[in-house]
Design a protein around this ligand. Structure first.
Ligand code: AMP
Length: 217
């Protein structure tokens, strides 16, 4: 199985697609955002720092995210492929990620860029709900991705919550940061010949089909 990396603006649905691919191909979904949200819950200096950065919509220091990624990729369940979501967020992270992969004898695999227009993202960000137990992602503003019961996870019955960076103000920061940092990352992977672009404005199933077609190539 190929390793997969998703690159997309905030609330583009990359977490949702990563979960679908994780379940279908039985490879781990590694989301730096999910890992950082868990750290933000810890009562420690690091937890407080991460929590503050997350609610502002800014980026956590590279040394923290680099360490998170390397430690996670060293686990045995990554041997048959993995999905990276939310990393790299700047060109320095991308360059160091190449070095991490080399150390671990992994290849980058395919890098899938999901393009979505800003108006659609704003609508999705307001409606996104996440399960506090299993991290499943729903959207109350879309018919296809709404939970069956309000505020309850379809998968595990956990309580759904709204991320505290899912408001229009933090979204604006995250989106601008994405635009500012993304171009060199895209070029980096285009040069390596591993970049694929898909249209993320389409319905969920169509996006999944586009992703699977890229994985199968
Ligand atoms: P996400 O769930 O990918 O939208 O990430 C949520 C938040 O976690 C981001 O807005 C950042 O504050 C932080 N974050 C996630 N990944 C990274 C990363 N690779 N580098 C720095 N901060 C990150």
């Amino acid at each position: 199985m190929k390793n997969i990396m998703f690159i997309a603006p905030p609330a583009a649905g990359k977490g949702t697609q990563a979960e679908i691919i994780e379940a279908k191909y039985n490879i781990p979904h590694i989301s730096t955002g999910d890992i950082l949200r868990d750290i933000a819950e810890e009562h420690s200096e690091l937890g407080e720092y991460v929590s503050e950065v997350l609610s502002s919509g800014g980026l956590v220091k590279d040394e923290i995210t680099d360490q998170i990624i390397e430690q996670r990729l060293r686990k045995a369940d990554c041997k048959n492929g993995f999905i990276i979501d939310g990393f790299p967020r700047n060109i320095d992270q991308a360059i160091r990620y190449d070095q991490i992969l080399k150390r671990l004898n992994y290849s980058v695999g395919v890098v899938i860029l999901i393009n979505v227009d800003k108006k659609t993202l704003e609508k999705r960000v307001i409606g996104r709900r996440v399960c506090e137990d299993c991290d499943a992602v729903y959207n109350i503003n879309t018919e296809e991705n709404a939970p069956l019961q309000d505020s309850i996870c379809d998968i595990c019955g956990g309580k759904l919550y709204q991320r505290n960076d899912d408001n229009l103000e933090a979204f604006e920061n995250r989106y601008n940061l994405y635009l500012e940092k993304i171009v060199p990352i895209i070029e980096h992977y285009r040069e390596q010949g591993v970049l694929y672009e898909i249209d993320g404005n389409k319905p969920k199933d169509e996006i999944t089909s586009q992703i699977e077609e890229i994985i199968r190539r």
